[in-house]
Design a protein around this ligand. Structure first.
Ligand code: OGA
Ligand code: NI
Length: 318
């Protein structure tokens, strides 16, 4: 499943920092990982995480079940179209999304935090909670993806903690912002193609933190000097980036870096986990990131409204 096996020999791999996140699994205390995360967020907005606690055999199972899902017939996949769902859960077909007005060439399976209809959050209409649409014709898919959700959520919470610590913020603030987040898990399939297609056009993510598992390279990141660099495949690592919410919240101290996915000569699968803050939170630049010389650059906005608007813009609705 993991095709490229050349290993990096330093704390960077093709200019992207590699961070050992094990220290973040302990209490709420500054540590080497939180410092390195702060540096990475200021410099490039992307980093690899290692020592993340997600077993390799589980990663392989996730990629295998993902690949099996996309091999289902279009008729079956369409039975669980995201168009049947009030938020974003289910199947998204080729050219079902666009970036900056141009169609993207991938299929996807989207999932929100699985919760029964009588769950308080569902009753209170939290947008990213509810029962998901599952490919009921597959035996292991649901179990694998729910397990992946739990593991990725735990890793995401640790990385989130690293970001809060790197900004010198209190644990309580993290609980207030991230208590009931808008999290989503997406599986993306980018088949090989020889036509001119964009896998995903250049964009910034919306939320707090994004974690990507890829089975081969294809993701590219825009550096400060406007050149594109490849995010190489590093076995047993996840690629992490921060979203626009963090850039606005830190008054541009931390960068929500543009990235894109190119279509290549080989099929590619990525499994992406997004964590946003709670939809009820209003985002405005942190006082500690502003000064007289550096006044707030952004007006306050509600995160839930923002994310709903952005997602509506990116899905093709015909
Ligand atoms: C995204 C994204 C990257 C990938 O879904 O926002 O950037 O590798 N995905 O699929
Ligand atoms: Ni993205």
């Amino acid at each position: 499943m993991f095709y490229s096996i050349s290993m990096p020999d330093s704390k960077f791999y093709n200019d992207i920092p590699i961070i050992d996140v094990l220290p973040l699994s302990e209490g709420y205390r500054e540590n080497s990982a939180s410092k390195e995360i702060g540096n990475a967020c200021r410099d490039i907005g992307f980093f690899y995480v290692i020592n993340h606690g997600i077993p390799i055999d589980h990663q392989i199972t996730v990629l295998r079940d993902s690949s099996d899902f996309f091999k289902s017939s279009l008729e079956q996949k369409n039975l669980i179209s995201t168009k049947n769902h009030s938020f974003y859960s289910g199947y998204v077909p080729f050219h079902g999304e666009k970036t900056k007005g141009k169609l993207d060439y991938h299929e996807a399976f989207d999932m929100i935090k699985e919760s029964p209809l009588n769950h308080l959050g569902v009753v209170a209409r939290h947008p990213a909670r509810g029962p998901n649409q599952w490919p009921y014709w597959m035996k292991t898919f649901k179990g694998t993806m729910l397990k992946n959700w739990n593991l990725m959520e735990q890793l995401g919470n640790n990385i989130t903690k690293g970001i809060f610590l790197s900004l010198g913020l209190e644990e309580q603030l993290m609980k207030d912002y991230m208590g009931d987040p808008i999290s989503m898990q997406r599986i993306l399939y980018y088949p090989k193609s020889f036509k001119e297609e964009q896998g995903i056009g250049a964009h910034r993510d919306y939320g707090f933190v994004t974690m990507v598992m890829q089975d081969r390279e294809g993701l590219e990141v825009k550096t400060r000097d406007d050149s594109w660099i490849k995010v190489k495949q590093m076995p047993n690592s996840f690629i992490v980036n921060i979203g626009w919410m963090v850039q606005t919240w830190t008054n541009d101290l931390y960068l929500a870096t543009e990235h894109r996915v190119l279509i290549q000569e080989n099929d590619r699968i990525s499994v992406v986990f997004f964590i946003g803050p709670s939809p009820y939170i209003n985002i405005s630049p942190l006082e500690s990131c502003c000064s007289q010389e550096n006044p707030p650059k952004y007006k306050s906005y509600n995160y839930g409204d923002y994310v709903k608007r952005k997602m509506k813009e990116s899905y093709v609705n015909d």
